[in-house]
Design a protein around this ligand. Structure first.
Ligand SMILES: [Zn+2]
Length: 488
């Protein structure tokens, strides 16, 4: 059995003969008829030939070759390969907990072996602002520090300088990976408001959050100062990240303050908007227009795209599978807009294996959720780090589930059983990179083992702060209901 992950599109085993070659034996041949990420790899008595139209194609041939070497003697073989999707991503939240440049580079190296091509870098949050912005120095002076996390009396701080970001982007480029920044607006914005209180509806500041959950401190969508601030920040962001996509979050934005803000309510009235969902779409559309002028395409999480006036050019990032949000995402894609797939119950890497076993991640098929394949740009798996304090833990949660997502992003795949039979060479490559992946015996826990996994997670998760967060969300819901019931 040829053990390669992601599964190549076409493998032709020519005979039972085997060969011994090393990387230095690979001869590169240019063929412009091959797509930019595609390649052919030939291994026979004459040697090893990599055929591609780009360096990226040759790189993927090399990645495949390395797995074949790990499997033992090289087979007499021809592989013809290209990816299913143009966007194959991994997201790391560096805000809830901070990771060093070296730790990030290690992950970039690892994902390059999975033929992933996007590192989605979550850089701003309630709990920390992690990117240097020259025009607004308090974002990092104030916003990158929190005194403690959920009462542990241990400060967390850190941010990436522009030089460090350029270094990461260049490193990723050398591995044929693009880096996509995420500046999360209008929610998950407390760290920015802690630095610049004028960004909030009431002009009152807040602390960089020490708890996790959903907060009412969102960016005011009514004041011109908010727009000017975001245009300035994004202009500096664009200078650092050449990738065509930018992620602007849009998730979990509470309406509590917008409902009571005269500026936000004036925008609703002046523009004939129906409600706060449409205010968010209006806000995002103005910011997206600015990004598009700079040649960027905007991506948003799907719960921020429920307004009927949602901008068509924004790519919907499907994560929350609740009825209203899923319907909005499916409708957006059906209307000709693009989508990116990261379903919470299958692809979220921060949930324990007891809740999201490896087989569940592998077996997810987004088409069953009603999306049209031709409008889907790709798949991505995110790791949120509220409960992930170290890179070792991050790696344990990420791998091997990310390998399953990488396979589906490259190929429609095979059966789960077949996938597991092919996984050892890539695992030994990850091991060599010192990646602390979860052993396969931990990945599909059953019975007592599963309960233990769920219990350990729930014990960590059930903290007074999550109760507060639920209360805020319920208050938000009540306020919206009251407002629109009265209107009716
Ligand atoms: Zn406001």
């Amino acid at each position: 059995m040829i053990k390669i992950v992601p599964l190549p599109q076409e493998i032709k085993q020519i005979s039972d003969r085997t060969f011994n070659y090393s990387e230095s034996d690979i001869v590169k041949v240019q063929d412009d008829s091959i797509k930019s990420e595609g390649y052919k790899l030939l291994i026979n008595e004459d040697g090893v030939t990599s055929v591609a139209s780009t360096e990226k194609g040759h790189f993927y041939a090399l990645v495949t070759f390395r797995q074949l070497v790990k499997s033992g003697a090289l087979p007499h073989i021809e592989i013809i390969d290209e990816p299913r999707f143009s966007y194959r991503g991994y997201m790391l939240d560096t805000c809830r907990h901070f990771f060093t440049v070296d730790e990030i580079k290690k992950q970039i190296d690892a994902i390059s072996h999975l033929k992933l091509n996007v590192f989605h870098w979550h850089l701003t949050e309630d709990q920390g602002w992690r990117i240097q912005i020259d025009k607004y120095p308090l974002l990092t002076e104030v916003g990158s520090k929190r005194k403690q996390t959920r009462g542990d009396n241990t400060p967390v701080e850190g941010f990436y300088t522009k030089e460090e970001i350029k270094d990461v982007v260049a490193y990723a480029k050398s591995k044929h990976i693009d880096v996509m920044p995420e500046i999360d607006i209008p929610g998950h914005f407390s760290a920015a408001i802690a630095a610049y209180p004028l960004l909030s509806c009431d002009g009152k500041g807040c602390e960089v959050k020490e708890a996790f959950g959903i907060f009412e401190d969102v960016c005011c969508a009514g004041k011109e100062t908010s727009y000017q601030f975001l245009f300035d920040v994004l202009d500096e962001v664009f200078e650092l990240f050449p990738f065509e996509y930018i992620h602007l979050g849009g998730d979990e934005a509470l309406r509590i303050k917008w409902i009571n803000c005269p500026d936000c309510q004036k925008v609703i009235k002046d523009n004939g908007l129906k409600n706060e969902d449409e205010l968010q779409a209006h806000f995002m559309s103005r910011i997206a227009a600015h990004c598009e002028k700079a040649g960027k395409k905007v991506i948003n999480w799907n719960d921020g795209m429920t307004g009927e006036n949602t901008r068509k050019s924004i790519v919907v990032h499907y994560w929350t599978q609740t009825k209203k949000n899923k319907a909005a995402a499916v409708r957006h894609v059906a209307g000709g807009s693009q989508g990116l797939i990261s379903p919470f119950f299958n692809y979220y890497l921060d949930y324990p294996y007891g809740m999201t076993p490896l087989s569940k991640t592998y077996n997810y098929d987004y088409q069953k959720d009603g999306f049209i394949e031709e409008n889907i740009i790709g798949l991505e798996s995110p790791l949120w780090t509220e409960y992930v304090k170290t890179i070792d833990r991050a790696e344990y949660m990420t791998y091997p589930r990310l390998i399953a997502v990488a396979e589906k992003a490259w190929n429609t795949g095979s059966t789960y059983k077949n996938f597991i039979k092919r996984i050892n060479p890539i695992l030994s490559i990850l091991k060599k990179l010192d990646i602390n992946y979860a052993p396969l015996k931990d990945c599909n826990p059953r019975g007592v083992q599963r309960l233990k996994s769920l219990y350990a997670f729930a014990k960590n998760y059930k903290h007074p702060s999550s109760k507060e967060s639920i209360n805020r969300t319920m208050q938000n819901k009540r306020m919206l209901e009251e407002k629109y019931e009265k209107k009716d």
